[in-house]
Design a protein around this ligand. Structure first.
Ligand code: PEP
Ligand code: MG
Length: 576
């Protein structure tokens, strides 16, 4: 039986199922006597204390086992537990309805979780899981701390569940997990984030009926890359997937062999291939893969999965750790790029009909200079430990650039006056991702140290195609001649001004685009960690002189399809 699910963590797992029983608590039906209220509230508070201690210990285990970012998920759980709105609601229910603490906790949990589930935003919907997770933990302690059932098998297994909360994931001991299949959860669910960080294949969105028919002990295949779950497959299917799994491993191993080769074409042109990361964990993975630097650190992800803005010291520690881990390799910190699809729950932004065209990135940094200053201070101080660069997102005019540079100047002056140690001559660059910036690249190039072309947004804004909207996905075309012309104009402006230009959008991870970078004299491209070695392989097989010829031909094309055909044809030629 094959079903189509969504893959939320890549890789293939083959193994026996362990079906997680849904946790239903047996709460004694007894109303509360007036006189018991104080006693019952004491019980509630003691349950809260026990839950907190437990969460703190899980948080420190996760920090050791996986990393700081994933441990942060439990900060969110602690914040829910400490939230006076939640606890007041529980107390009110107890007082008004003479309910026992357990009933009141269950009711308050349902109320808040349902509120989040109704929101029209996947990220917020997934926060409902966190609330239920916290509610279940509290109930467990109120009902005498009964331990959660552990898997009946010693051997590693594939976990099947309606949903897997982050703490259940931790309690089960991820070391024994071959794969995960759930009904609920998406790519941004915390469990998916942790599964990816640990390399555990996972699919979500499996049919609820199917989930109920799977028995513990059934043989399963999880294909997290293709988004498939196969139940009791035939022997030949298992063999086929076993071969695929081995092939994937071999491909990765063989690519690993080129990790240490210099990134040069057959005719000696060098093109730096760097990683895009959003956490220290991803940095570790990119270092493990031998990727010699970071072209884009999306710092806004450090602001997610928590309930308040990280302070200067906390940011400084993270940035400094990144710099130290990187031992002198390139490292580009992008200032907070929030707004648009990247909302942060505790930073209040107005409701907008058109968030991608609204208050986003540098526009927020200039409207909320308090946030910008704190981040700048932390980045500049971390810069004392190694060479880093600072990248400003979504700059669209000289005025915006100058205002941002003025804030940077003031922050440096402040640090100097305090006698702080920091990187005074930090190179400051801008993302070229808004059409006005690409058109004005010649003027902007005189006032910055480098450009980084963000094709993800550039394509969306040049073509007026929302990058998040499935309905117009077929119109989202990075090889559109209009996009290519703006990239060429930007590269030319950078060359004329004598500043370096890199590319950090997803297009950089497509080997088909290599002739563009080699032909336009771009020296650095960055992409998601998984794409680095495949792109490097293509680079090692190419010739820069051939790419230049091909590019001239591609620029004579009138349509994206022709551009792609031309590049592909040339690609075959260059790899011969
Ligand atoms: C881009 O827009 O190309 C980019 C790299 O930034 P993000 O995807 O974070 O918007
Ligand atoms: Mg962008």
């Amino acid at each position: 039986m094959i079903h189509s699910e969504i893959g939320v963590s890549p890789g293939i797992a083959i193994g026996r199922a362990y079906v997680l029983p849904s946790s239903e608590w047996d709460i004694p039906e007894r109303d509360l006597e007036e006189a018991d209220l104080t006693e019952e509230i004491d019980k509630l508070l003691s349950g809260v204390r026990q839950s907190k201690t437990e969460l703190e210990s899980i948080r420190s285990d996760i920090r050791e086992l996986i990393g700081e970012e994933e441990a942060g998920i439990f900060n969110a759980h602690l914040a829910i537990l400490e939230d006076p709105i939640f606890l007041n609601e529980v107390r009110e229910i107890m007082r008004l309805r003479a309910s026992r603490a357990e009933h009141a906790v269950q009711e308050a949990t349902d109320k808040f979780a349902s509120m989040f589930e109704l929101l029209d935003d996947d990220y917020m919907k997934e926060r409902a899981d966190d609330i239920r997770d916290v509610g279940n933990r509290l109930l467990k302690h109120l009902l005498g701390g009964g331990s959660e059932e552990s898997p009946p098998m010693e051997a590693p297994y594939i976990l099947v569940a309606k949903e897997v909360t982050p703490s259940r994931f931790v309690n089960l001991g991820p070391g024994n997990l071959l794969g995960i299949a759930t009904v609920m959860g998406g790519k941004t669910s915390h469990t998916a984030i942790m599964a990816r960080a640990m390399g555990i294949p996972m699919v979500s969105g499996i049919d609820g009926k199917l989930q109920r028919t799977i028995q513990t002990g059934d043989l399963l295949i999880v294909d997290g890359g293709e988004g498939r779950l196969l139940v009791n497959p035939t022997g030949s299917t298992v063999e086929e997937y076993q071969r695929r799994k081995e092939r994937q491993q071999e491909e990765r191993n063989s690519l690993q062999r080129i990790a240490s080769c210099p990134p040069v074409t057959q005719d000696g042109r060098r093109l730096e291939i760097l990683a895009n990361i959003s956490s220290l964990n991803e940095l570790d993975r990119s270092i493990q893969e031998g990727i010699p630097g970071v072209g884009l650190f999306r710092t806004e992800f450090l602001f997610m999965d928590r309930s308040s803005v990280p302070g200067e010291e906390e940011q400084y520690r993270i940035y400094k750790e990144a710099v130290e881990k990187h031992r002198g390799n390139p490292l580009v910190f992008r200032a907070l790029d929030i707004g648009g699809d990247k909302a942060i729950s505790y930073i209040a932004l107005p409701e907008e009909d058109n968030p991608s065209l609204g208050l986003r990135a540098v526009r927020i940094l200039l409207a909320r200079k308090d946030l910008f200053r704190v981040q700048l201070r932390a980045i500049l101080r971390a810069g004392a430990y190694g060479p880093i660069r600072l990248l400003l997102p979504m700059v669209g005019s000289l005025d915006e650039l100058r205002e941002a540079k003025e804030v940077i100047r003031q922050v440096k002056e402040e640090l100097r006056a305090e006698g702080a140690v920091f990187l005074d001559n930090i190179p400051v660059g801008i993302m070229i991702e808004v059409p006005s910036a690409a058109v004005l690249a010649d003027l902007l190039a005189r006032e910055v140290d480098f450009f980084s072309i963000g094709t993800n947004d550039l394509v969306q804004y040049v073509l007026a195609v929302d990058r998040m909207n499935e309905a117009v996905a077929s119109l989202y075309e990075p090889f559109h001649p209009a996009v290519l012309r703006l990239i060429r104009h930007t590269a030319q402006a950078a060359a004329d001004a004598g500043i370096p230009v890199g590319v950090c959008g997803e297009l950089a991870g497509d080997p088909l685009a290599l002739p563009l970078w080699l032909g336009l004299g771009i020296r650095e491209i960055s992409m998601s960690v998984q794409s680095c070695l495949p792109v490097k392989k293509a680079l090692l097989e190419s010739r820069a002189d051939r790419c230049r010829e091909v590019l001239e031909e591609a620029f004579r094309c009138q349509r994206a399809e022709e551009v792609k055909e031309t590049l592909a044809k040339a690609w075959e030629d260059t790899s011969r």
